[in-house]
Design a binder for this molecule. Sequence first.
Ligand code: MN
Length: 250
Amino acid sequence: MIILISNDDGIHSEGLHALEAALRTVGDIYTVAPDREQSAVSHALTLHRPLRIEEIAPRRFAVDGTPTDCVNLAVKGFLPVRPDLVVSGINKGANLGDDITYSGTVSAAIEGSLLGIPAIAVSVVSWHKPFHFAPAAEFAAVLAGEVLAQGMPKDTLLNVNVPNLPRHELKGYRVTRQGKRHYSETLEVRIDPRGRKYYWIGGDDLGFDPQAGTDCVAVSEGYISVSPLHVDMTNYRALHELRDLQLPWR
Ligand code: MN
């Protein structure tokens, strides 16, 4: 079985190395990853300049593009074989709730899914050292083996978030739905040495809606969260409510 590995933290990321080591026990791996950090680039594709690829080791390739570029070009003919599975990560930082819309890590998995390949995104829930990549990598290998053996529902990717804990402190795993994060609405405004204003966006993490069954709650309780996602963003409840929409338009 062929596994394509990518990420958004870049080809030199420690989390990527941990994932590669674990998935080597599951299948034949190829790594095609950005040549530098591309966190929060979401599902961007590079369409207005050429992409260059450097083979930095056998079956390890660095691309001067986004995570989505990496998966796209790898699947569409750069690799000599079509992958059976795409695994993205292991990201330094959570991809819970609304984070998913910004995430380069999840977007690499989305790209695999859009190209008809089962895909998994894996993140560790912490933004600072020490990162416990080993338990996340071990879980990713188990899940990857299961997906390769059993398949996955069509048009689905799995978004995995692992609490940043040593193996023996993880309580287990839960299959979850996407929760709702709270971000601060502050904007940092500062003055540069030439007297011009500059801005920092991103804000602080202010917690989450404590709804049972969500990714946020599972992780906060010490469980690995596995959320099945798909790309159909239709709000079916709203579709129903808007069925009789009347606009003054002919
Ligand atoms: Mn990242």
